[in-house]
Design a protein around this ligand. Sequence first.
Ligand SMILES: [Zn+2]
Length: 148
Amino acid sequence: MIRLKPDHLADIEAAAEAAYPYEACGLLVGRAVGADAIEVTRVVPSRNVAAEQEARKDRFEIDPKLRFDVMRECEGGPEDIVGHYHSHPDHPAEPSAIDLSMAYDREYVWVIAAVAAGRVARVAAHRLNRAGDAFEEIPLRVQGQEGA
Ligand SMILES: [Zn+2]
């Protein structure tokens, strides 16, 4: 399970809509809570640095310098990069074949915001399965909702 605060979700949705028809992306910083939950404490938006603008409609690349800076900020502290988010303009909130080809870290949570005609339609969280050959959806909870 991944837990976000309402502000985090609002930030992801706003970034996804602002970037439309291109993909938005950013890092999720947080910590493990208990055996099976990850709590997001910070959402860090990134530029989508995928090589060509046209390619940014169906792929994303987080700014490597931003990733490096955030990793360094987290060093020695209780928090770490726990995953990232990106948007899917006019595609479902399911990881694409391109996403699977880029996935290497089984601990990383992938939050995907589906944007339909400029509006966020659904936000879902996924993680690589044990074998690392497919994604599985994991529960996404917004604190203050659904009794969380
Ligand atoms: Zn994707």
